[in-house]
Write a protein that binds this ligand. Structure first.
Ligand SMILES: [Zn+2]
Length: 539
């Protein structure tokens, strides 16, 4: 026996079978019982909510030869309407037949009495797609239809239907079917079909269907084709092209372990399975975001996409800084997909950037440098040094990344008076080399300096290896001591200060006056960054 799609097989046979549109069903049943049918109906509502099904039920009920105001499903009228072969029930899809000729043709036939049933029923789907002239042709007929004639127009976009048409119709608004009702119906169907279904699987299908019963049944059909008679939540994820949380966690795991081979394999497999990379990227952003939130709040009630256990798992793999920078990369790539012909490449590069972030335990400069210019660069040759063309193939720029711990150590070494002294001369340095625009010294010690810059791109420019050399020369010449300059963004600065509080917090408070309003940590923060620079963090 040929397989019949579920949404055909379980199309409602009676009004009682219609899910989630009780208000409409009750009104129509009363109208039928009391013989108060309108000549034109407008069924509005999202796709797959039962508009056409109800239209057909209405056509059956009023043409059925049985006598209890409900379709028997057995008489020739019921059967022919079910099979779409009834001569008096005309279904027209305005999305494909939207022209005035089709409507004229239809209207021409309106004047002939029904051949087989009591009523001629015209079901026009996607009626908003009709051209204005077709609308106008229809309008005349709607004004004075023959007594045996009923129009049922369905639309997902009622605002596009001419108001003159709408005003001649009885309008019914179909609602999205609540997830629970979809789930109940799916459970019923699964039982009827003798299919074992995990509760989570049905929940997932119902959620993906977003209020459309027909969509839910189509998804279920695909899952049956994939998983046969035992459907699990993971099958639904696989079929519908969404990665499971476990798979997303595994991506993070590969990133943290720098297992690029497996990471690339996983990314490719997901893509080959038809997983929507845009959606996957958004999911990864949400997982990283929730982990950061959890990291700060330790409040598991704020978690919606991952469990507390999973948040802890991710938090164990990455620092907050790494997660936030990963979010940056993921958001960047999320925008780029729209114009990408090969989304997978973009996704892979993004993952590689995330791998590169987790460099904290490595020494500052990883790649060996072959021909580092040793000669003292003259001030005007500064930019030439940075952009100097490589004789061989172009090399990836080497950019240093310091962990919070390393930055913290710089902070503990830095001194207020050095910062103030350096800050006074800083504008002079900014004039002498590019890339320092809008930078501010956050902290400075004998050998190190942290500057805050507005954008991530600018941190890369300053923290790039060649630029670092230039800055070391420059600080030696202008500030009197050779300093390693590290640039961070304002966001990173906020995180760093939180980190500083965590690390430094308890000790001085216990040691020194505990009742003082301003703790030693705060005092130290103020002394390091100045009252204003530090206050900004609080805003
Ligand atoms: Zn019948």
């Amino acid at each position: 026996m040929a397989y019949k799609a579920l949404y055909r097989k379980y199309r409602p046979a009676t009004f009682e079978d219609v899910v989630g549109q009780q208000h409409i069903v009750a009104t129509l049943q009363n109208a039928i019982k009391n013989n108060k049918l309108a000549h034109a109906y407008l069924f509005c509502g999202p796709r797959g909510t039962g508009k056409t099904s109800v239209a057909k039920l209405l056509a059956k009920t009023i043409n059925c030869t049985a006598e209890n105001n409900r379709p028997c499903g057995k008489c020739p009228n019921c059967i022919d309407i079910q099979e779409s072969t009834h001569p008096d029930v005309v279904e027209l899809d305005a999305a494909t037949n939207n022209g005035v000729d089709e409507i004229r043709d239809l209207i021409d036939k309106v004047k002939y009495a029904p051949m087989q049933g009591k009523y001629k029923v015209y079901i026009i789907d996607e009626v908003h797609m009709m051209t204005p002239s077709a609308f106008n042709a229809l309008l005349k007929t709607l004004e004075e239809p023959p007594a045996y004639c009923i129009f049922i127009m369905a639309t997902t976009e009622p605002h596009k239907v001419l108001p003159t048409i709408v005003s001649r119709c009885q309008r019914f608004d179909f609602n999205k079917v609540p997830t629970q009702l979809i789930k109940d119906r799916l459970r019923y169907i699964a039982d009827q079909e003798n299919i074992k279904c995990e509760d989570g699987a049905l929940q997932l299908i119902a959620e993906i269907a977003e209020g459309g019963m027909r969509d839910a049944l189509s998804i279920m059909d695909q899952c049956i084709a994939y998983a046969q008679n035992d459907i699990k939540a993971s099958d639904v994820s696989a079929v519908y092209g969404i990665a499971t949380t476990r798979e997303k966690m595994e991506l993070f795991e590969c990133v943290s372990q720098k297992n690029t081979k497996e990471l690339m394999e996983k990314a490719r497999n997901l893509s080959n399975r038809g997983i929507d990379l845009q959606r996957l990227t958004t999911d990864l952003i949400n997982i990283a975001k929730e982990t950061v939130i959890y990291n700060y709040s330790h409040d598991s009630s704020l978690l919606t996409v991952i469990t507390e256990e999973q948040a802890n798992e991710i938090a164990g793999m990455f620092s907050v800084k790494e997660l936030l920078e990963s979010i940056d990369y993921l958001m960047d790539v999320s925008v780029k997909y729209k114009e990408a012909t090969d989304s997978l490449s973009y996704f892979e590069v993004c993952l590689l950037k995330m791998v590169n972030l987790t460099d904290d335990n490595k020494p500052v400069k990883v790649v060996e440098v072959k021909q580092a210019p040793k000669a003292e660069p003259k001030p005007e040759s500064v930019q030439v040094v940075v952009k100097q063309p490589e004789p061989e193939k172009p090399k990836e720029p080497v950019i240093k990344h310091l962990s919070n711990e390393e930055l913290y150590r710089i902070l503990t070494r830095s001194k207020k008076d050095i910062r103030e002294k350096d800050s006074a001369r800083w504008p002079e340095l900014c004039r002498e080399t590019s890339g320092l625009e809008n930078t501010r010294i956050m902290a400075s010690s004998e050998n190190d300096m942290i500057v805050v810059v507005p954008t991530r791109e600018q941190t890369d420019i300053i923290n790039e290896e060649n630029k670092q050399k230039v800055l070391e020369e420059l600080t030696e010449r202008k500030l009197g001591s050779r300093k390693s300059v590290t640039a961070i963004t304002t966001d990173q600065k906020i995180l760093l200060i939180s980190y500083f509080r965590e690390r430094t917090g308890p000790i001085p408070i216990i040691k020194e006056e505990p009742r003082e309003e301003v703790s030693e940590t705060e005092k130290r923060l103020i002394s390091l960054f100045g009252k204003n620079g530090y206050k900004k963090v609080e805003d």
